[in-house]
Write a protein that binds this ligand. Sequence first.
Ligand SMILES: [Mn+2]
Length: 240
Amino acid sequence: MTQNTLIFKVIIYYKDKFVQMKRVIISDTHIGTKFYKSDKLLKFLQTEEYDELVLAGDIIDFIKIPVFTERCMEIINAIDYENKSIIYVVGNHDESLLGLIGKSFFNVTFLKRYDFEEDGRKFRIEHGDAYDKGRIHNKLFVKFLSVLQNVLEFSFSFDFTSWWTEIQIKKHKLRSIIDILRHNPRIDVFIMGHTHIPEALIWVNEDQHIKTYINSGDWVTHQTYVTVTNGVARLCKFED
Ligand SMILES: [Mn+2]
């Protein structure tokens, strides 16, 4: 092996080991609604470093009647659209963006599901609404309920959405995590939001493969996010 080849190999080794990209995943920010923690979200987007930001659904809440303030603009502007890669995974509260799936502006790409491979592990990021049990399929009725929820939230200053989600989960209407992984048999790390419950589960399946499920939580109650570097996913809580 010549000296040049050796140097080249060392560079490649360190590049793979230490210079891999950092992905940051957030979901369920519900921008435009009454109860999301806009101050913390802004601070997070201004301080957290990343090469790629994955917005995993329910980012801007169009299903209710969104009210866009100056703070919303600050949050939207805190994202580096020109220099970083931004993936917008469309959720059920921002379903109005479904028509943009597969399209991009600046470095923002709209997707329904984001797959990538890192360090030999297959990652998949979805919003998670596809796994709801007992979901209402009539879109107009869902819109009606959401607007009603919106009116109640503003009249009574009570977070009906978080309350409703909690009831749904208690009733086990959301499909179990194992079920979700069964739907994605070739995936090693499955990341979603939607339930507003930050949690991470790791186990070894029948074929001795390590499987990971991570829920990125939300920015209404938990202020949590997920990072992926060197094939390792971490669930973190933002404390400012
Ligand atoms: Mn959702």
